[in-house]
Design a protein around this ligand. Structure first.
Ligand code: PNS
Length: 170
């Protein structure tokens, strides 16, 4: 399909749904860059460097996948790394917003977006719901890689105690 694809997101934290999309993109593209950004509309749980470390561990079995932080516009990151396309998983509930971003990105620099329909088993999973469920004491281990689940539970507990090292709020 393409030479170099970018899978962008905040990945706060990375879920099985994200990893499904990254893995499928890795089969379609020669090279995949997972671009870890910050969604200004969302309150974060993990710092960007923590999210990168979790993604690097979770993606280590895919040899053509690398993980980088980006700030500023996603389209500028794509241009700087000669990426041909943005690849995103899309849930029905978020489709309108995703289309809007894809159209804006294409208008800005011409970079196009391909959407992969989220795998049905992860269609209801999002990082923000995971953060909410974990904060309210629910079990999130089914939705996250084991190491990520462990860190998420620990970070939520630290935040609830008021002693987190991260500067973010839930
Ligand atoms: O996982 P998310 O929260 O859906 O990720 C959203 C993200 C970080 C990919 C998006 O907010 C983004 O691309 N931010 C970079 C700033 C930018 O390019 N804004 C214009 C979008 S049209």
């Amino acid at each position: 399909m393409t030479r170099r694809a970018v899978c962008p997101g905040s990945f706060d934290p990375v879920t099985h749904g994200h990893l499904d999309v990254i893995g499928r993109t890795a089969m379609l593209a020669n090279e995949v860059i997972v671009a870890v950004g910050t969604n200004m509309a969302k309150n974060g749980l993990f710092r960007a460097d923590e999210r990168v470390a979790m993604l690097q561990e979770a993606c280590q079995s895919w040899e053509n996948v690398s993980v980088m932080i980006f700030d500023g516009l996603l389209v500028d990151f794509c241009r700087a790394h000669s990426a041909d396309v943005i690849s995103k998983g899309v849930r029905a509930a978020a489709f309108a917003y995703e289309i809007q971003m894809a159209q804006m990105n294409r208008r800005l620099t011409g970079v196009d977006t391909v959407f992969l329909p989220t795998a049905p088993e992860w269609a209801f999973v999002s990082s923000s719901l995971v953060r909410e469920v974990a904060t309210l004491g629910g079990d999130v281990t089914a939705f996250l890689p084991p190491a990520v689940a462990e860190q998420t539970v620990a970070r939520v507990a630290a935040k609830l105690r008021g002693g987190s090292s991260s500067g973010h709020n839930l």
